[in-house]
Design a protein around this ligand. Structure first.
Ligand code: SAM
Length: 220
């Protein structure tokens, strides 16, 4: 039914727009072989979309909050110039280890810097003197607002903050649903409503990852 339609449509478009990629195939296999939930990664079309945003904005520095095994970080790092950098924050040591391995296989170790630990603290430890062009928030959804606030401190003026998985099958709009991740989305929306420092919009998406969406914000 609906999900198979979303998946088929995504695959159809990808067959024209996403090239075969042995390195990302390796990343997927290596991650799954370690028993890590690879399904949490962004889809190929979403990874490429992040890459295109970076290319179109001439980005050099990216902060990723929640990196799993490096799939999205690799898409983004490939868009950066030689002196560009993705700072990848990841809590789980087993994920971080797979991440380091995958980044090495992609020959991107010089562009992706992994910081292991709780992302909120890692963000607090980063200096705002070296601002980021884009912050991609994709970790524990309960902390979305905390990450967003620190992201604002760390992103340059007119820089971009993207928060993944805010659509969640429409569940945030169901006020009887008190799931912690759903509440994480609502808390962020309430925060942004009264925040004079950003402009933001949610783009809902369908595809192989179901019905979801991302929030796209600009630091004014
Ligand atoms: N961005 C990745 C990609 O598309 O390839 C997927 C990230 S996955 C959805 C979320 C990741 O956030 C997991 O690897 C999880 O271990 C990590 N995470 C969860 N809580 C965290 C925290 N407090 N600090 C840092 N990372 C955390």
């Amino acid at each position: 039914e609906l999900q198979s339609l979303f998946t088929r449509s995504d695959a159809y478009h990808n067959s024209f727009l996403i090239k075969p990629d042995p390195i990302l195939d390796f990343v997927q296999k290596n991650t799954q072989d370690k028993g890590i939930e690879y399904d949490m990664a962004v889809s190929p079309a979403q990874g490429k979309f992040l890459q295109l945003i970076l290319l179109s904005t001439g980005a050099k520095r990216v902060l990723e909050v929640g990196s799993l095994a490096g799939y999205s970080a690799i898409w983004m790092a490939r868009a950066l110039p030689d002196d560009g950098e993705v700072v990848a924050l990841e809590l789980e040591p087993s994920h971080a280890q797979a991440l380091e391995e995958n980044v090495k296989a992609a020959q991107l170790s010089s562009k992706i810097k992994v910081i292991v630990g709780p992302a909120h603290q890692s963000m607090k430890d980063l200096p705002s003197a070296k601002p980021f062009d884009l912050v991609f928030i994709d970790a524990d959804k309960q902390n979305n607002t905390n990450y967003f606030i620190e992201g604002k401190r760390l992103v340059r003026k007119s820089g971009v903050i993207i928060v993944d998985n805010v659509g969640r099958n429409g569940r945030p709009a169901d006020l009887d649903d008190h799931d912690a991740k759903v509440e994480g989305v609502r808390g962020l929306l309430r925060y942004i409503k009264d925040d004079a420092e950003v402009e933001a919009t949610t783009i809902h998406t369908v595809g192989e990852k179901g019905f979801d969406g991302f929030l796209y914000a600009i630091r004014k």
